[in-house]
Design a protein around this ligand. Structure first.
Ligand code: NAP
Length: 350
């Protein structure tokens, strides 16, 4: 670190949301760091460059969180990439780019075992939050290939993806196509996102969920007259009910997430049409990406290969400044982005 004092800033939890998340939930706290303070053995000091704005952040704001909850007054959990400024860990040097649970802050100090040194020779560091990211590319990969078993019989599956123009969804659409799905249909909000699914991500067709449940059901019937073989669900609620109603015999529903429920976690609504699972000998299976941790390197190699030869793409939507953290999280929930939503952390205090 330089000898000039550094002002670190962090976003802390000021109040738990009561319904939709608002600015009052967050406080921006500043602290002057001692530039002469040594980093403790086994730790690395990191300047946070970019945060991954992920749906799980919303659920951590609840007291009884589906994921591990954020502490009142504590830094809001977030994954990110940053630059090492000081290190007391062998193999990690100042200047290295690292990935880890850096938190919504400008500076982090973490045990070396919690961060990963990144190879940025072929892809930028932000690729490890998006296409190669645990909560994005890897989640889509394991959901499509392992849980949904898309491509087990190549050319066999009609795959439908909800939240398809978002981070996980846009990866799931492309991975389904690359894994041998017969047909890939994306569901997203609005005509611009629907065009993006077909024109940029290579989906065979798109459905606008903002037209309402009946219109969604009619369009799905037209596009998948034999039913849905694999439904990769990011959304839950009404969209899940529409898909359940049209699940094929022996169809699979991949429960990746249910973002329509995250603003009222104490009153989560399950699917009304779940008896279709019995009627059609279908199954619904949930997963967390961490269940596949031992296979991360293999999946990353596959995704990295597709990325390198141009078969996989990830659009990044970048917001700027730690003060925009709350607004960025709301943007994720409201769908004001295409692809991966990132927050570039401006370190104006140092
Ligand atoms: N299982 C796992 O390990 C794992 C890991 C990471 C993420 N996930 C899950 O993956 C999902 C997507 O996360 P992400 O970070 O990639 O977010 P994202 O898809 O980039 O953003 C969320 C999208 O959800 C859509 N949406 C929000 N409310 C909706 C509603 N009521 N009905 C229909 N669509 C709605 C919005 O798109 P539109 O504009 O199209 O409505 C928005 O863009 C989340 O459910 C998350 O929990 C699961």
């Amino acid at each position: 670190m330089s000898d000039a004092p550094t002002v670190a800033r962090r976003v802390t939890l000021a109040a738990r949301p009561n319904g939709p998340v608002t600015d009052d939930c967050f406080a921006l706290v500043e602290e002057t760091l001692d530039p002469a303070a040594p980093v403790a053995a086994g730790q690395v000091a990191i300047r946070v460059d970019t945060l991954s704005i992920d749906a799980f952040i919303r659920t951590t704001l609840e007291e009884r969180s589906y994921h591990r909850g954020a502490r009142m007054g504590g830094v809001i959990p977030a994954l990110g990439v940053g630059t090492v400024t000081a290190s007391a860990v062998d193999g990690i040097e100042p200047g290295d780019q690292v990935f880890g649970p850096l938190g919504a802050q400008t500076h982090a100090v973490l045990p070396g075992m919690m961060v990963r040194r990144l190879d940025v020779s072929k892809v930028p560091a932000t690729a490890y939050l998006g296409a190669l990211g645990m909560t994005t590319g890897l989640t889509a990969y394991f959901g499509i290939v392992e849980v949904g078993a898309v491509g087990a019989v190549p050319g066999n599956d009609t795959v439908v993806v909800s939240g398809a123009a978002g981070a996980v969804g846009s990866m799931a659409v492309q991975i389904a196509r690359l894994s041998g799905a017969a047909r890939v249909i994306g569901i997203a909000g609005g005509p611009t996102k629907c065009a993006y699914l077909v024109d940029e991500l290579g989906a065979d067709a798109a459905i606008d969920h903002r037209q309402g449940a009946d219109a969604m059901a009619d369009r799905l019937r037209e596009l998948a007259p034999e039913g849905i073989d694999v439904f990769f669900d990011n959304v839950g609620g009404e969209v899940l009910d529409v898909a359940l109603d049209q699940i094929a015999e022996r169809g699979r529903i991949v429960l990746c997430g249910a973002i329509s429920q995250y603003e009222h976690m104490d009153d989560v609504r399950g699917p009304r049409n779940y008896l279709k699972l019995a009627e059609r000998h279908a199954r619904m299976e949930g997963f967390a990406v961490t269940h596949f941790e031992s296979s991360f390197p293999q999946a990353e190699a596959v995704l990295g290969g597709w990325l390198a030869d141009g078969r996989l793409a990830m659009r990044e939507h970048v917001e700027h400044g730690l003060d925009a953290f709350g607004a960025s999280l709301r943007k994720l929930l409201d769908g004001g982005h295409h692809g991966k939503l990132l927050l570039r952390v401006d370190d104006s205090g140092s």
